[in-house]
Design a protein around this ligand. Structure first.
Ligand code: NAP
Length: 251
């Protein structure tokens, strides 16, 4: 394994499971010190056990005072710099418009948009100090067909536009901002829909039928692209949204 992230400090939200866990392990293998955040301590612990360079702080990032605690912990442990911020924590409601309530809207936008903005704003002084970079996790659905996912893909469309806007604003400071738009990746997010078992199966089969590569992706296939974007190998990449979706977005 190459050591492209040697000496770097990274913060990954949602690092206790799925794509966040795979990124934490990959970044640590490439030499970074990684702090992961999530609400479930047991999940964070399990990720941290994979590599001694991974530490964790349990926090609900929709609560601004808990984000403050995360940033304070980062400063105590690693000083006043953050090389890599990955805004990965997300929630994906699967619901037709006819059933959506404002509570569903609030939950999706509180985490996928508002918390992402809060973590970014509170981390920014450290990122500027390090001339670091930000990776936002979007979805292929933000720009392609996504029936029954309107709250989720609406939130992620905001995230993609933040990415381009922040890339322009922060380029003069030497800070890069990119996004990854995953396709269907096999993680727990597929198990926590509020659909009936039958509807969830139909939803999953409907999406699987649109993937040209003919299979779901693995979290590690997102992590390898994230490691590239986080590293100096991507020194001229900013404002980009990388599709990692088995061709789904091209169809
Ligand atoms: N899997 C896919 O097919 C797919 C496709 C496109 C995009 N994505 C995006 O990829 C990202 C990661 O998702 P995943 O597939 O890896 O699913 P996942 O395993 O469910 O990951 C979501 C993570 O977010 C954390 N989280 C949720 N609410 C939080 C909160 N309030 N505060 C802090 N952390 C919170 C969860 O940890 P706790 O529950 O412990 O808090 C969990 O670790 C998400 O942004 C998702 O939208 C996934």
């Amino acid at each position: 394994m190459s050591k492209r992230l040697e000496g770097k400090v990274a913060l990954i939200s949602g690092g206790g499971s799925g794509i966040g866990r795979a990124m934490a392990i990959r970044f640590a293998k490439e030499g970074a010190h990684v702090m992961i955040v999530g609400r479930r301590e047991s999940a964070l612990q399990e990720t941290a056990q994979a590599d001694e360079k991974i530490s964790y702080v349990a926090a609900d990032i929709t609560k601004t005072e808990q984000v403050e605690k995360v940033i304070d912990t980062m400063k105590e442990k690693y000083g006043e710099k953050l090389d890599i911020l990955v805004n990965n924590a997300g929630w994906c409601p699967v619901q037709p418009l006819k059933e959506i309530t404002l509570a569903d809207y609030d939950r999706a936008f509180d985490l996928d948009v508002r918390a992402l903005v809060d973590v970014t704003i509170q981390s920014l002084p450290l990122i500027l100090n390090a001339k670091g970079n930000i990776i936002n996790i979007s979805t292929v659905g933000a720009t392609h067909r996504a029936p029954n996912l309107s709250m989720y893909v609406g939130a992620k469309a905001a995230v993609e536009n933040f990415t381009r806007c922040w890339a322009l604003e922060l380029a003069p400071d030497g800070v890069r901002v990119n996004a990854i738009a995953p396709g269907a990746i096999r993680t727990d997010i597929w198990n926590v829909t509020n659909l009936s078992d039958e509807a969830a199966k139909a939803h999953e089969e409907g999406i699987a039928a649109t993937i040209p590569c003919g299979r779901f992706g693995a979290p590690e296939e997102i992590a390898s692209v994230a490691a590239f974007l986080a590293s100096d190998e991507a020194s001229y990449v900013s404002g980009a949204v990388y599709a990692v979706d088995g061709g789904q977005g091209a169809a």
